[in-house]
Design a protein around this ligand. Structure first.
Ligand SMILES: Cc1cc2nc3c(=O)[nH]c(=O)nc-3n(C[C@H](O)[C@H](O)[C@H](O)COP(=O)(O)O)c2cc1C
Length: 320
C-alpha cells in the first residue's frame, strides 16, 4: 500500500510535468494545476530530484535544504496529488495514457495502414508446419469477430449476459476464476452498465461478484453508456443500442502491495484474458460483442464511483 511522506520509506515521484513560471513552478495534473510558490529555482531543484529513487531525507540532502522544510513541502504536494510514492508510478502512466492526457500523436491513414500491416520478421531458418490437435475452443473462435456497428438490432437476454460474465470472471473448480491472475490477487472489478431493463435487472450500475455468481446494484442513476466512451463510428451505434455494456476496471493497489508497479501491467494482462473469455462465450452463444478501449476515464470513474486505486480499463458491448 502507498506510504505517506512522513514514512522514511516514502520515495517521492512527481505526478506530472513541472512548468517553471516567473514567480512559481506549476505541476500540471489532468484536472488542476498545483502551484509551488517561493523561489522557482529552489522549487525546480527539489522537483528535479523527485524521480522515485530517493527518500525524503536523501532529497533534502541532495538539495542541501533542511529535511523538515522538504518534508513539509512534499507532504503538501502529496496531499494535492502532485507527488506520489514510487510504487504509485503506475497511476502516472494510467493518467498519461488516458484519452485526455494530450500525450498523443495522430498518424495519417496511409502510414497507419503501412504500420498495421508490418510485422516483426527476424531472419529465420527452417520452417515447420504446425499440426494442431482439434479443440472445441478453437472451433468456436473460428467465428470470433467484433460486433460490427450499424447492423440489425440484437437484444441481449439475461441468460446470455450471465453466460458472458460467468465465462469472463466466474469461479472455477479450484476456487479461483476462469482466467489466471498474477499472485492470485484477482484484481479485476467488473461492472455491468444497464440502460434498459434486462430480465430481473433494472437500469443502473451493477457490480459483478464472480465468486458468488451475482450482480449487486451499486448505482441507481440512469446509465447512458455513450457518455463513458470516446465517440467513434466503429462503436457508437453499439453503445447507444440500449443493450448492457460490461466495464472492466482493475484494483491495482492490492496486487501492488506485492508487485509494486508491475501490478499495473499484470492487471492489463488479466483484463485481456477476461476480455477474450467474453469474446469466446459471445461467439459460442451467437451474441455479438466488441471490446472498447476508448474509455473516458474520468466519466467512467465518476459513474462507477471508483476510488483512486481502481483504474477503468475497458468496455465490452453486448448485442447490437
Ligand atoms: C484492447 C482493445 C481495444 C479496442 N478498442 C476498440 C474501440 O475503442 N472501439 C472499437 O470499435 N473497437 C475496439 N476494439 C476492437 C478492435 O477494433 C477489433 O478487435 C479489431 O478491429 C479486429 O477485428 P476483429 O475483432 O473483428 O477481429 C478493441 C480491441 C481491443 C483488443
Amino acid at each position: 500500500m502507498p506510504l505517506d511522506p512522513s514514512d522514511s520509506r516514502f520515495r517521492p515521484l512527481l505526478s506530472a510535468a513541472a512548468v517553471p513560471e516567473d514567480e512559481a513552478v506549476l505541476v500540471v495534473l489532468s484536472d488542476r494545476e498545483v502551484r509551488i510558490g517561493g523561489s522557482p529555482r529552489q522549487a525546480g531543484r527539489i522537483l528535479a530530484l523527485l524521480d522515485g529513487t530517493r527518500t525524503v531525507a536523501e532529497v533534502a540532502d541532495s538539495a542541501e535544504l533542511p529535511a523538515e522544510e522538504v518534508q513539509d513541502l512534499l507532504g503538501s504536494l502529496a496531499e494535492q496529488g502532485a507527488v506520489v510514492d514510487c510504487v504509485d508510478a503506475w497511476r502516472r502512466f494510467q493518467r498519461e495514457s488516458s484519452i485526455d492526457s494530450g500525450l498523443f500523436r495522430a498518424l495519417d491513414d496511409e502510414s497507419l495502414e503501412r504500420v498495421r500491416l508490418s510485422r516483426f520478421e527476424p531472419p529465420s531458418g527452417d520452417r515447420v508446419l504446425l499440426s494442431p490437435q482439434p479443440t472445441s475452443v478453437r472451433q468456436i473462435v473460428e467465428l470470433r469477430e467484433s460486433a460490427p456497428a450499424g447492423g440489425e438490432a440484437r437484444p441481449v437476454s439475461f441468460g446470455e449476459l450471465s453466460g458472458v460474465l460467468d465465462a469472463m470472471y466466474g469461479r472455477v473448480r479450484s476456487g479461483n476464476r476462469t482466467v489466471p491472475s498474477a499472485g492470485a490477487f484477482y484484481a479485476l472489478v467488473v461492472h455491468l452498465l444497464v440502460s434498459r431493463e434486462v430480465g430481473p435487472l433494472r437500469p443502473g450500475t451493477w457490480l459483478y461478484d464472480g465468486a458468488g455468481g451475482e450482480l449487486a446494484l451499486v448505482g441507481d442513476r440512469p446509465v447512458a453508456a455513450p457518455d463513458v466512451f470516446v465517440s467513434h463510428a466503429a462503436h457508437d451505434s453499439l453503445l447507444s443500442s440500449g443493450n448492457p455494456v460490461v466495464m472492466v476496471s482493475a484494483d491495482v493497489d492490492r496486487p501492488a502491495s506485492k508487485y509494486s508497479n508491475r501490478a499495473y501491467r499484470f492487471a492489463l494482462m488479466e483484463a485481456g484474458a477476461a476480455m477474450q473469455m467474453a469474446y469466446v462465450a459471445g461467439t459460442e452463444l451467437g451474441l455479438p460483442v466488441r471490446a472498447i478501449g476508448g474509455v473516458d476515464e474520468q466519466a467512467a470513474t465518476e459513474l462507477l464511483g471508483l476510488p483512486e486505486s481502481i483504474a477503468p480499463l475497458l468496455g465490452i458491448t453486448l448485442g447490437a
